[in-house]
Ligand binder design. Structure first.
Ligand code: ARG
Length: 549
């Protein structure tokens, strides 16, 4: 402590407090050091990799490569979890990009396998070219739901047989899967499996039909993502995985003695490979490939195509077992290096969105509802509307930021906090709240443009408690983004923004009228720095500011 420079211009003598060493800024000089720094860094403030806070993201002169796979809905079945994944995946992608990574965003559609085959069976029964022509996505969803309804009783019967067989197996140690196998060889099960077989054998007509469905789904989902401000570099999907790579994986599994045959199916007993229990299915006894086999092949194909340093899957926690099996199997194949690059970023799949999406899980309905609620909320808040505007266009932008903010404010392990009334209110922790405070800053800055040069005395006038607290918060921003980068929890940033608003409120007061507020030039510089930090955080969260300076 004695070595610490006395009379340091920026720091007071540190204070020993239990196990902590508390370091305090000299309030008088903080503004003069920090404000020009933020102004110079601008959009890079908070993403400064040169601060040495984290590992370099450039290797041998090239940026490190990250692949993020997210949203990944199934054909005609977009659920709350796919919306959550879309929002968190876009956030994580942006975060890594900001920290210097080269990011590729992939949407891996569930456009193959049993549910796609079921849709095709539905199409044979209920498909109608005219209705399809008029509203392709709507009609397909309709068909899917009709066939799904028909299929439910058969699925229930098969499940019952399976449960009974499992019970018997436990009691007398025998396998009793015959009843289930019988059910699954009849009715819609049989039709579905027959179609899937045709697909995997490369039947051209079947492939063309599935491609048609895929294109309609992509067009429909693209509309949704673009309203959310989300982009993908690639629409991949289970249908895009080559049979050749799957065969390659199967061969490797056999050669290394990882997989074994069991009643005509190919499986991996996971106990041998570090799991507590469980069997992973590689190929069904019908000869059809499994979801897991396709995923193993997808990992190989992507590693060859993108040569990534890291790949993140943003997928709900109902697939925890799946991803842990995927990684353990790669390890069993001696692919330590590849396995080490994969990370499953999971979140709770419990969501209240389903009833809001309406029949057939039409996610666009959800966005319409958020925007409409936002329009009403603006109408009810005249003061706020004067500042922000209340046109439909404004409500659209704000409705989306309401949805994004609510989603990104919840930790991923919490249930999906989907509540339209709450998200469209103007509390500081909401999207509208953030937009409102940002707009206030903009309007102050319009009336009081910041000046280039300021004297030491002017900076020192920020030494009062309130502005100094705001300065301290602004100084914390790089650490906040760093913590977020480590945990990938967007809630760290939204919580920080709420603190920032509270401090700003202290400085500005509650006054609601459009600012005629006069502030000194150095205060204007402080508010400009605050605005920059807001803007940088908005960019990470995917929020488009309504107000401009
Ligand atoms: N389509 C899957 C589902 O809806 C999610 C895909 C996750 N990604 C993967 N590579 N398996 O549950």
């Amino acid at each position: 402590m004695t070595k610490f420079p006395q009379d340091h211009p920026l720091f007071l003598l540190p204070l020993l407090d239990g196990v902590h060493l508390r370091v305090f800024f000299v309030q008088k000089t903080l503004g003069q050091v920090l404000l020009p720094y933020i102004k110079n860094r601008k959009e890079t403030y908070g993403s400064d990799v040169t601060l040495g806070l984290h590992e370099p993201t450039v290797l041998d002169g090239a940026r490190k490569k990250l692949v993020v796979e997210f949203s990944s809905p199934n054909a005609c079945d977009f659920q709350g979890k796919h919306l959550r994944s879309a929002i968190h995946g876009a956030f994580i992608s942006k975060l890594y990009e900001t920290m210097g990574w080269d990011v590729t965003r992939i949407n891996y559609l569930g456009d193959w396998g049993k549910s796609m085959a079921l849709l095709a069976v539905g199409w044979e029964k209920f498909g109608n070219e005219e209705a399809f022509e008029a509203d392709p996505a709507g009609h397909l969803i309709n068909v899917y739901h009709r066939i799904h309804e028909l299929f439910l009783p058969e699925m229930a019967k098969a499940k019952k047989a399976r449960d009974q067989a499992n019970k018997k197996t436990r009691e007398d140690g025998d396998e009793h899967g015959e009843e289930q196998a019988k059910i699954e060889s009849e009715g819609l099960f049989a039709e579905r499996n027959a179609f899937f077989k045709k697909l995997e054998e490369g039947d051209e007509e079947a492939l063309a039909l599935v491609k048609r469905f895929r294109d309609v789904n992509i067009a429909n989902y693209t509309k949704l993502y673009s309203r959310l401000g989300i982009d993908f570099d690639e629409y991949s999907g289970e249908s895009q995985i080559s049979q050749k790579t799957m065969t390659e994986v199967e061969q490797l599994l056999k050669d290394k003695g990882v997989s074994e045959e069991s009643e005509g199916a190919w499986i991996v007993g996971m106990k041998k490979h570090g799991a507590r229990a469980g069997t992973a299915m590689i190929r069904y006894r019908t000869g059809a490939s499994t979801y897991l086999l396709r995923d193993l092949a997808a990992v190989l194909e992507r590693s060859r195509k993108f040569k990534f340093d890291k790949m993140i899957f943003v997928v709900a926690n109902d697939q925890n077992v799946h991803f842990s099996q995927l990684i353990k199997i790669l390890l069993a194949l001696d692919m330590q290096d590849l396995a080490g690059k994969l990370e499953h970023v999971h979140f709770s799949n419990v969501s209240k969105t389903a009833d809001r999406m309406g029949i057939g899980h039409q996610p666009l309905n959800v966005l319409d509802q958020c925007e409409e609620a936002m329009l009403n909320s603006l109408k009810a808040e005249e003061g706020k509307a004067t500042l922000l505007g209340s046109s439909e266009d404004v409500a659209k932008v704000m409705g989306i930021s309401a949805l994004l903010t609510q989603e990104l404010s919840a930790r991923r392990s919490n249930d999906h906090a989907f509540d339209i009334d709450a998200m469209t209110s103007f509390k500081p922790e909401t999207g509208p709240g953030l937009q409102y405070w940002y707009a206030r800053l903009c309007s102050i800055l319009k009336a009081n443009p910041a000046r280039e040069e300021l004297s030491r005395e002017e900076y020192e006038s920020l030494a009062g408690e309130k502005p100094a607290n705001l300065l301290r918060l602004l100084a914390q921003y790089p650490e906040v983004t760093h913590t977020t980068y480590k945990s990938m929890e967007s809630a760290v940033i939204t919580t920080y923004l709420v603190n920032l608003i509270e401090q700003l409120q202290e400085c500005l007061g509650e006054e609601e009228e459009v600012e005629e507020l006069r502030v000194t030039p150095v205060q204007a510089t402080l508010y400009e720095a605050t605005r920059i930090v807001f803007e940088n955080a908005f960019r990470l969260l995917g929020i488009k500011p309504v107000a401009k300076v």
